[in-house]
Write a protein that binds this ligand. Sequence first.
Ligand code: HEM
Length: 414
Amino acid sequence: SSCPALPDGFDFTDPDVYQERVPLPEFALLRETAPVWWNRQPRGVAGFDDEGYWVVTRHADVKEVSTRPELFSSNLNTAVIRFAGHMSRDQIDVQKLIMLNMDPPEHTRVRQIVQRGFTPRAIRALENALRERAERIVREATDRGSGDFVTDIAVELPLQAIAELIGVPQQDRTRIFDWSNKMVAYDDPEYAITEEIGTQSAAELVSYAMTMAEARKECPARYAGDIVSRLVAAEGEGNLNPDEFGFFVILLAVAGNETTRNAISHGMHAFLTHPDQWELFRAARPDTAAEEIVRWATPVVSFQRTATQDTELAGQKISAGERVGLFYSSANNDPEVFEDPHLFDIARDPNPHLGFGGGGPHFCLGKSLAVLEINLIFNAMADLAPGISLAGPGPRRLRSAWLNGIKELRVDYG
Ligand code: HEM
């Protein structure tokens, strides 16, 4: 247009754009002037014919797209922007097997099955084991006096929670954790994880999970009642075949791991830089805190959809086949919905943030598990390390355009 909202060439796909500056001031400008904005990707995107995508910045529009899967498909493109830029055709085909990239009715079938593992009852059943785990993790860290909160604490519980959920035996956990960590191939060169290592780790995790599934099919009586059995060996009510289960475990390892880790790290950093909120948390333990931590952190910056037909969003024409990026980190700071969105306020209520997605069929399956983990960690911190303080220069951020991540946060445990 004659009055561009952002400098020519500004690219939300560029990880450098996010360093030190989340939430981006550019989002505020777009919400005001061009809420559905065309982001050119001049280099093109491997596996796709298009040269850019629509950046959706307002809370209401992110919800609208999320809840209309027939118009905005998840097939292929829900894969984060970064993945889409790096994937070969073969990898894109594999991605189709993951429910995050499915549309109804395939998605509905898989979701109905895996939901059995995430009922309130199933999550409550994990609570005592995870509480003990959280307390042990925090105690071991605080005994050392000082350290890196991310590797000492934030990394540990999400991995243990997934292992606990699907019943991975203790002796296999180190291997599972190693594959999981390597699969989230970073844009961050510091981790030196190549695509090859990522793909290899994913393959090993799939084959481990398939073995778990096959064991249940062969000897259902031996594993009766465990969660994997309920997903793969259930009679009558539908079940996953072993490779579907394998890909589900991959999704859990990606979706449940770094997201929760970064929510916990950002939450700790927010408390450290808002001592009044830490004091409030320690005194009152409000159950609104976890949701505000997720709004504040917004670990997933964005996911994508593809328009299935010509349509319009907030007055902007969108053509069939064009990609649409849902910017949760913008929606979560939309002043139309949040009073003083720039304030970290653990008593915020209501808090209709979109950190777990904009509603609709793909809404985060692990939300109650994530909220439980966040509560357990900060309760343990409040009990065992109430005097925690920042040590060193503050957080070192992950270099990534789709994860709002912290890779190091030096602290004195007090
Ligand atoms: C989907 C965020 C924790 C499992 C999603 C989506 C988001 C999200 C944004 C996509 C929603 C959409 O497209 O509408 C988060 C955040 C977490 C978190 C911020 C932590 C604070 C977890 C955990 C698990 C999990 C702990 C499981 C162990 C999943 C799965 C999906 C999903 C399986 C795909 C659901 C589907 O396609 O139907 N999550 N998540 N997430 N999440 Fe989470």
